[in-house]
Write a protein that binds this ligand. Structure first.
Ligand code: 5GP
Ligand code: MN
Length: 359
């Protein structure tokens, strides 16, 4: 099935999204993968559960076809993902640059997963753009760039991990899914759906998850590894974030801030703030939530936005904070100070009064 979506902004190019790849693309990819290939798989910068789960799930699958396969990530990822099967084989581009670039330059095929534009890989942008490898994009973010020879882009999908399952299914090869692949894909579906509760979770998502459990994904163990391995300091940081929570009830908005000093105080580690924005969104009658996190090393304020219903944080972030993502979950950044960023956010908000109250 193919369908096209026109975005509301005329400066965005019209792009064809497909809920599956066409038959011709699938048979070309089958043909490509029928002989040994050098393959690199890349997710976005600051990889999350879906990015690591999808790249490693595809990695284990392609290894069965006797290909030479490596997952290369732009930079490090949270420790609660450092148990996923195959995780110890991942190359980090920021600290293993020469080796990573050589693999990318010599690759026959590059799969780009869970992102929609090369700049989302940070410093890998140039080497990816200049590579002559065949690019295959599998992604569920809005407004994808048009760099890939084969594109499987579907914004209705819960996660890239769910799409990897569909991809293997399109190759008529789900029998190849073993416990390792199932475990990787379960991680990303679980994290991107907020444990199967966000709106993008469908009956099909649950069907796939049931199959993954049947193939050997240990659901209880996976939840424990990802969610129940907090440090004491991380919970103290959460306490600090919750004390900083501000509510603007008339605009159905809540936001949290964390300064660099607060992050230092609670010994911040990568991933410690993941999911904190959802506490703001959990407030009764709130449909828009934000978290502003100061990063003095990068010289930016990192912003995470979440919403419920039709209010598009993707569009909000694209319009004001140099970012993007999905309708209900997006990221962005600001070059202003933490205080000025929050002031800017509040001053913009009032022009969204109607959209926020028409829910
Ligand atoms: P998070 O707030 O968890 O960092 O990101 C929420 C969603 O928005 C994720 O799907 C993420 O990939 C996407 N996202 C985060 N930051 C950016 C950004 O700066 N630009 C774009 N286009 N997407 C982003
Ligand atoms: Mn994702």
């Amino acid at each position: 099935m193919h369908f096209s979506l026109k975005t509301r902004h005329s400066n965005f190019k019209k792009i064809v999204y497909s809920s599956s790849m066409n038959k011709q693309d699938i048979s070309s990819i089958k043909q490509l993968l029928s002989t040994e290939k050098k393959i690199v798989i890349v997710p976005h910068k600051n990889p999350d559960g879906d990015a690591i789960g999808s790249t490693l799930g595809l990695y284990h699958y392609l290894l069965k076809g006797n290909h030479q396969v490596r997952v290369i990530v732009p930079n490090d990822y949270p420790s609660f993902l450092k148990w996923i099967p195959g995780e110890d084989t991942i190359l980090k581009h920021d600290t293993q640059t020469v080796k990573s670039n050589t693999l990318i330059e010599n690759a026959d095929i590059i799969f780009t997963l869970d992102f929609n534009a090369f700049h989302r890989t940070g410093n890998m942008e140039t080497v990816l753009a200049e590579s002559e490898a065949i690019k295959i994009m599998i992604d569920h973010h809005q407004s994808p760039d048009d760099y890939a020879k084969f594109m499987f882009s579907d914004v209705s999908m819960s996660s890239t991990c769910e799409m990897i399952y569909h991809f293997i299914d399109m190759l008529e090869d789900t029998k190849a899914i073993d416990a390792n692949i199932a475990t990787c894909l379960y991680v990303g579906i679980m994290t991107d759906t907020g444990s199967f509760r966000f709106a993008a979770t469908t009956s099909k998502t649950h069907e796939i998850v049931a199959k993954l459990i049947a193939k050997g994904a240990n659901n209880s163990e996976i939840h424990n590894n990802v969610y129940d391995t907090n440090s004491y300091q991380r919970l103290q940081l959460l306490g600090c974030a919750l004390r900083n929570l501000k509510v603007i009830p008339e605009l159905r908005t809540a936001y949290i801030s964390l300064s660099q000093e607060e992050l230092y105080t609670y010994d911040y580690k990568k991933g410690d703030t993941e999911g904190v924005v959802n506490y703001a969104l959990s407030l009764n009658n709130i449909i828009f939530a934000a978290i502003f996190i100061e990063d003095t090393k990068e010289g930016i304020i990192k912003i995470s936005l979440r919403s419920k219903g039709d209010f598009s944080v993707n569009e909000f972030s694209r319009a004001h904070f140099n970012g993007g993502g999905h309708t209900n979950a997006a990221g962005g950044k600001s070059d202003l100070s933490l205080k000025d960023t929050i002031e800017k956010f509040i001053s913009i908000l009032s022009s969204y009064n109607k959209a926020l109250n028409n829910e």
